[in-house]
Write a protein that binds this ligand. Structure first.
Ligand SMILES: Cc1cc2nc3c(=O)[nH]c(=O)nc-3n(C[C@H](O)[C@H](O)[C@H](O)COP(=O)(O)OP(=O)(O)OC[C@H]3O[C@@H](n4cnc5c(N)ncnc54)[C@H](O)[C@@H]3O)c2cc1C
Length: 518
């Protein structure tokens, strides 16, 4: 993907079949769905791809154990089906993850044991492995950090795991390969209408200030927590439908949680869920569910949320953590859809919602990363109908997003690039200097950096260190250590001056400070 080529196509296309606003999981999924059906598709993202909620998840491809406890069986079955498709269609970025749920009484053992057997049963042929009830001894062997006090045993079950922002990048690339045009840093600022129906969008390139006025048959609004703001560009009287709920994660070293298994506490004493999940060589601890009044493009963790995670982790594990042990902390905001009168996040829907406005604007929101494909299919089906486009069938259920070549093992650090790994490896073969790491403690190389800059449209230092490479999320201090080096390569490729580079480094360091607690 090259931004200059995308801009050229933007200028040369008189009418789009579909314009999609928002480059998170939902919008990118819709772009891939529409383009793979053969529609002339444009996606506009005002920041970077996956800069919002879609890079800040718990990284689980899951049916949602807690929704089962709420009796939402239909939602769980659909998500488990989507879990199976995602693991099959993006094998290079997904894996099975064993989870252990510790139990503290015999009632809990049978209650959760039965529930998680049902969870596995509901996944049918797409099961990732049998749920098993573990003795106290086996639970402690599987989770060496677990505090043994009052422990009665555990339940082992399987779910999926993935790299959210890297998957977003690959969905974007797959959509582009099917002919979609995708632009980051391009904000939709208004709609054009004919006889009350939307006939186009106004947008602004945030990097150059250039304005564009585009024609389209139909528009999909996939802007997550910003859905209400975009609907208001169409209908200023629109009443809010989103209840933004913040969730944070802390990242710590694996020595605090060794063993490779994940922990789930389904109900802490204040009725929350606590996860400790291995991810990219670190441990992710999360999450919270805090209703927010304001939505920030770069949400900040609240001190109460940080305290909750640290104190609860320390209650369940004997490997105690303190603020100084946190390598990175990040916050994301769930686009929950209000069901009735807004009171708490439990009164919101976790399922996805589609609303078609009188103007024909199709808004899709809610749901979760795991179900992005189904959300995209539903959104595009609605868009075809209101845009009066010729109906073509959705093909994404069996559409590979990227593939892992047989010659590359899952443990190879380049495996995250799927079928592009070979060309990155080739850069290092041709010039061994390119195998140098950007930071001594992490596997990311200069070859990857150059490949990313040439192919994945990063426009800012943050785009590389937060989302193409996950260093900001894994270890904010390490990201700061190598940011000048990375900025130098980006400066060269984008033909920017020294002042631009220094400004990028300054902005990035300010951002990275927010990911640190000490
Ligand atoms: C803490 C947390 C943990 C989670 N964990 C999981 C998990 O483990 N598994 C799972 O399946 N799901 C999880 N989710 C849910 C999942 O992350 C979200 O459902 C999903 O990422 C939402 O994607 P989206 O595309 O709808 O929104 P976003 O990713 O927010 O994308 C919307 C995009 O629209 C852009 N935009 C806004 N206005 C405009 C405009 N005017 N013009 C152009 N672009 C615009 C924004 O910049 C943004 O990038 C989690 C969510 C949170 C918050």
């Amino acid at each position: 993907m090259k931004r200059t080529e995308m801009l050229l196509q933007l200028q040369e296309t008189p009418v789009w079949d579909m314009v999609i606003i928002g480059g998170g999981a939902t919008g990118l999924g819709a772009a891939l769905d529409a383009a793979s059906r053969g529609y002339k598709t444009l996606l506009l993202e005002r920041s970077d791809f996956a800069q919002g909620t879609s890079s800040r998840s718990t990284k689980l491809v899951h049916g949602g154990v807690r929704y089962l406890a709420q009796g939402n069986i239909k939602f769980v079955i659909e998500a488990l089906k989507e879990r199976g498709y995602l693991l099959k269609n993006a094998p290079h970025l997904t894996n099975d993850q064993p989870f252990i749920l510790p139990v503290y009484s015999y009632f809990q053992k049978w209650y959760y044991g039965f529930g998680l057997m049902l969870y596995d049963y509901l996944s049918g042929k797409l099961s990732l492995g049998k749920t098993r009830i573990l003795s106290r001894k086996k639970t402690l062997l599987a989770l060496p950090a677990l505090n043994p006090k009052k422990l009665a045993g555990g339940i082992l079950y399987y779910d999926g795991q993935f790299d959210d922002a890297r998957l977003a990048m690959d969905i974007a690339a797959a959509a582009a390969e099917h002919g979609a045009v995708l632009l980051n840093y391009t904000e939709v600022t208004g709609f054009k209408k004919e006889k009350g129906k939307i006939s186009g969008v106004e947008c602004r390139d945030r990097l150059t200030g250039e304005l564009y006025s585009l024609q389209t048959n139909v528009v999909i609004n996939a802007t997550g927590v910003f859905s209400d703001a975009v609907i208001r560009l169409d209908d200023p009287q629109h009443l809010p439908m989103i209840a933004p709920s913040q969730g944070i994660h802390l990242v710590v070293d694996t020595r605090f949680f060794p063993g490779g298994n994940a922990l789930i506490i389904p109900k802490t004493d204040d009725e929350r869920v606590l996860f400790a999940v291995p991810w990219n060589g670190k441990i992710l601890l999360g999450t919270t569910d805090t209703l927010m009044e304001h939505i920030d493009e770069e949400p900040r963790p609240l001190s109460e949320e940080i305290r909750f995670i640290i104190s609860h982790f320390n209650r369940y594990c004997h490997t105690q953590i303190a603020q100084k042990d946190v390598l990175s902390v990040f916050a994301g905001i769930r686009p929950l859809v209000i069901k009735g009168k807004k009171q708490s996040s439990s009164e919101t829907s976790r399922d996805h919602t589609i609303v078609v406005a009188v103007s024909n604007l199709v808004t899709i929101t809610g749901g979760k990363w795991t179900t992005y494909r189904k959300m995209a299919e539903d959104a595009v089906n609605n868009a075809l109908f209101v845009g009066k486009l010729e109906k073509k069938e959705c093909i994404t259920e069996a559409l590979m997003i990227n593939e892992l070549p047989l010659s590359i093992g899952k443990n190879d650090p380049l495996s995250i690039y799927g079928n592009k790994a070979w060309s990155i490896g080739q850069i290092m073969v041709e010039n061994p200097l390119m195998a140098a790491k950007i930071h001594p403690d992490y596997a990311y190389t200069i070859a990857e950096l150059n490949w990313i800059i040439a192919n994945e449209m990063p426009q800012k230092l943050e785009d590389i260190l937060a989302r193409r490479m996950r260093l900001l999320f894994l270890d904010a201090r390490a990201a700061m250590d190598c940011c000048e080096l990375v900025a130098g390569y980006l400066q060269l490729a984008l033909e920017k001056d020294e002042k631009w580079k220094l400004e990028q480094v300054r902005e990035f360091k300010i951002l990275a400070q927010q990911y640190l607690l000490s």
